[in-house]
Ligand binder design. Structure first.
Ligand SMILES: Cc1ncc(COP(=O)(O)O)c(C=O)c1O
Length: 496
């Protein structure tokens, strides 16, 4: 046990005690270079409290016992206890003893997401953004100039809430050509991203009396948050190898479900043809609605992209996408194509929400698309991202042998499952954070098929130059070797 003062690994203890998980979170800090060890220990302890690994009321080991277990000087532990007590994370009781303060707020969901402080991040593998440095600034500026030169004054008035006709036509042609979408410009609504499309749908469904929708589990937490803002709760539905499992969907009784069939977020599964068919059967049988979030469907590396589900049954699928992955999320431009009988209600909602998207931005995107800039941009990014994906997978194979990667055929991130010997996951995350590598575990996105001790990571690569990907994997490998060397008495250190 911790208080024994020996170097043996402590037994797993009950919640509220200082157990294995907390001890493991501190180990990498103890293995940090001497000049950084004190600070590292403080930040690991702080993180253990913040993340809920150490719950309020937990009694910490004496400074002498913890120092012996971690093989650091007692002074460092005393200093860490004093500092965190001053910050309010810990409190000292009457007589001897230090506890996690009851004043610390309960952890919020996602607290597993241990990350280095922003200023300490050296390589950031968290998924979500494309390479913003590839944004086509000159072509965009040229489109801007050209649009402002010819836009009549009247076009600067309140726009059609559905979007400028010229953009709806350009998008309809683009989506039908690239994604196999049945795209009628009259039914297409321009909005500020998938986020707003989700909220619009949420309001319309709520107006029709719906109070719950199904979402993929694991899936994007944003979907639930956005539906919640429209007064709709979400029910997590499990996946299998082919996509969203249909039996639990049928049993759940929901009449609408959110899906990411081209490249499931975050697992990367491409829904099988059979599963797509079953989902559409479900929608027809229940008069249900499938929301298809095609957030990164444009990026597929080894063969042609899988066409959108919406193309198979446009009256049962509401299709949405945006330029957030292809150009930049900061543009806040996206689209929603809903079944015919929902379109008027969606447009009415869009009008009351914001009176339409900015007219100039819409005209610029229309110009950019019709002159071929969008296709050129996708080709350019596709080349760059494929190279980055290949760099990441080969670096993982070299430095973390036995790692399985999945979801690599498309999108901007992969799933890496590292063998158990690299775990437990909390310790891996803590070491990564200490080495300045920001990671996001798959477990942050929902329920996983089985807790087998493997480390499962969602690694975004598109925004990183190949050299940064290499550096990031090397830092992780060195941090792992360092901790192992130390655990084996070798005192390994991270020098990268
Ligand atoms: C699953 C999913 N859908 C949609 C989006 C994009 O949302 P938006 O188009 O509002 O930027 C993201 C962004 O990361 C995403 O992960």
């Amino acid at each position: 046990m911790m208080s024994s003062g020996t170097n043996s690994r402590p037994n797993r203890s009950q919640g509220g005690e200082f157990g294995t998980a907390a001890w493991e979170l501190l180990l990498p800090a103890a293995a940090a270079p001497a000049r950084r060890r004190g600070r590292a220990l403080q930040s690991a302890l702080r993180e253990a409290v913040r993340s809920g690994r150490l719950v309020p009321g937990t009694r910490l080991p004496s400074s002498r016992a913890l120092a012996a277990d971690l093989r650091v000087s007692r002074g460092l532990v005393t200093e860490a206890y004093e500092q965190l007590t001053a910050e309010g994370y810990l409190r000292s009781g009457r007589g001897a003893g230090t506890w996690v303060s009851e004043a610390v707020r309960a952890p919020v969901p996602g607290a597993r997401d241990l990350a280095p402080r922003a200023e300490d991040v050296r390589v950031d593998f968290r998924p979500g953004t494309p390479d913003l440095s590839l944004f086509p600034r000159s072509a965009w500026a040229a489109a801007h100039r050209s649009v402002l030169g010819r836009l009549p004054h009247g076009a600067l008035g309140y726009p059609d809430p559905r979007g400028l006709p010229v953009l709806r036509e350009a998008l309809a042609a683009l989506l039908s050509r690239r994604r196999g979408v049945v795209a009628d410009p009259e039914r297409l609504v321009v909005c500020s991203g998938v986020a707003q499309a989700t909220t619009l749908l949420g309001f319309v469904l709520h107006g029709r009396g719906m109070r719950s929708v199904g979402v993929e589990d694991p899936g994007s937490p944003e979907h639930s948050a956005l539906f919640a803002s429209a007064g709709i709760t979400t029910i997590g539905l499990p996946l299998d190898d082919e996509g969203l499992a249909t039996e639990p969907l049928v049993r759940s009784g929901v009449r609408a479900v959110v899906t990411t069939p081209a490249h499931q977020f975050p697992t990367g599964i491409a829904y099988s043809a059979a599963r797509r068919g079953r989902l559409l059967e479900w929608a027809r049988a229940t008069d249900g609605l499938i929301m298809e979030d095609d957030y990164d469907g444009d990026f597929r590396y080894d063969r042609a992209p899988v066409g959108a589900l919406q193309g198979l049954d446009p009256e049962h699928v509401a299709y949405t996408g945006s330029v957030s992955k292809s150009l930049a999320p900061g543009l806040r431009l996206g689209w929603l194509l809903a079944p015919t009988d929902m379109t008027d209600e969606i447009v009415a909602r869009k009008r009351t929400m914001d009176l339409g998207n900015p007219a100039v931005d819409q005209a610029v995107l229309a110009d950019f698309i019709t002159r071929g800039g969008y296709d050129r941009q996708l080709r350019r990014c596709q080349r760059a991202y494929r190279e980055r994906r290949d760099t990441l997978t080969s670096m993982l194979a070299e430095h973390f042998p036995g790692t399985e990667v999945s979801g690599i055929a498309a999108g901007l991130h992969i799933i890496a499952t590292l063998p158990e010997r690299y775990g437990p996951e909390a310790a891996f995350m803590a070491r990564a954070a200490d080495a300045g590598v920001a990671l996001r575990p798959l477990g942050n996105y929902g329920t996983l098929p089985g807790e087998d001790g493997a480390v499962r990571l969602v690694l975004g690569y598109a925004h990183l130059a190949p050299a940064d990907i290499e550096r990031g994997v090397r830092l992780l490998a060195a941090a792992h070797r360092g901790a192992n060397g130390r655990a084996a008495g070798g005192g390994g250190r991270v020098f990268i």
